[in-house]
Ligand binder design. Structure first.
Ligand code: ADP
Ligand code: MG
Ligand code: MG
Length: 248
């Protein structure tokens, strides 16, 4: 599904990604771990097409299609979803209404008509029940006064509604509490299927107590320096990142 080959990327002439290779197939959950400043968020931003980063070498393909010339919205319409690290607040626009607009814009981009209101309601009900999101939450203003956990809930709801092919969840080091971790993990576990792939980026091993990844990669200094199964996450928890730094 996702194929990254020899990816180099820079920001303001500073090389950040220095030859990333990664293959993600449908049905797989990959975790990307690594010390702070390794380039984890940069990698997710580059996959999503963030224009602040320049790809200087290598390629990213999704189902065989090169993403290089596609804008972030176009990538989203092809099924790439990136969780928002710093979601915007939109006072007066509810979680539900924001999502309706997003769905219809995505349909428009694909040349489809707006989703009929009853179908939309059914979809919203189905997804919010799946994720155990209550009605009151759905009518709140987007991100306004949201707690960390509520932001995560909204993010996972967006993912559930948009049904991306490839979801990249960048779980920042911004101190997610245990509730927020559970929300993310439950969401991922419920939404994963053999049709989609999920890449979870995390500094901490503890998220992986709840999401069991098929593969774990360690990113360090712009390169994937180690890959393995879920046991690699435990090894990192035990030993920290210093041995990785020393080996590289
Ligand atoms: P991680 O997510 O692994 O903590 P990042 O991808 O956020 O790492 O950052 C990797 C490196 O790139 C860091 O040295 C960071 O300072 C630098 N960097 C990332 N984005 C920018 C930017 N927009 N401008 C300048 N430097 C950046
Ligand atoms: Mg960081
Ligand atoms: Mg980061």
């Amino acid at each position: 599904m996702l194929s990254i080959k020899n990816l180099h990327a820079s920001v303001e002439d500073k090389d950040i990604l220095k030859g990333i290779n990664l293959e993600v197939k449908a049905g797989e959950v990959h975790a990307i771990m690594g010390p702070n400043g390794s380039g984890k968020s940069t990698l997710s931003a580059v996959i999503a097409g963030n224009e602040n980063y320049e790809v200087t070498e290598g390629s990213i393909t999704l189902d065989g299609e090169d993403l290089a010339d596609l804008a972030p919205e176009e990538r989203a319409h092809k099924g790439v979803f990136l969780s928002f690290q710093y979601p915007v607040e939109i006072p007066g626009v509810s979680v539900t209404n924001f999502m309706k607009t997003a769905i219809n814009e995505s349909r428009k981009a694909k040349g489809l008509e707006e989703m009929p209101a009853n179908e939309m309601l059914k979809l919203i009900r189905e997804k919010s029940e799946l994720l155990e999101i209550d009605r009151k939450f759905m009518s709140r203003s987007l991100n306004e006064g949201f707690s960390g956990g509520e932001k995560k809930r909204n993010e996972i709801f967006q993912m559930a509604m948009l049904e991306p092919k490839l979801a990249i969840l960048d779980e920042t080091d911004s101190g997610l509490d245990i509730d927020a971790l559970r929300i993310v993990a439950n969401g991922v576990n419920k939404l994963k299927s053999d049709q989609n792939a999920i890449v979870v980026i995390t500094h901490y091993q503890r998220l992986l107590d709840y999401i069991v990844p098929d593969f774990v990669h360690v990113l360090y200094n712009g390169r994937i320096v180690k890959s393995g199964g879920k046991e690699l996450a435990y090894e990192l928890e035990e030993k920290g990142y210093d041995w990785i730094k020393n080996e590289n």
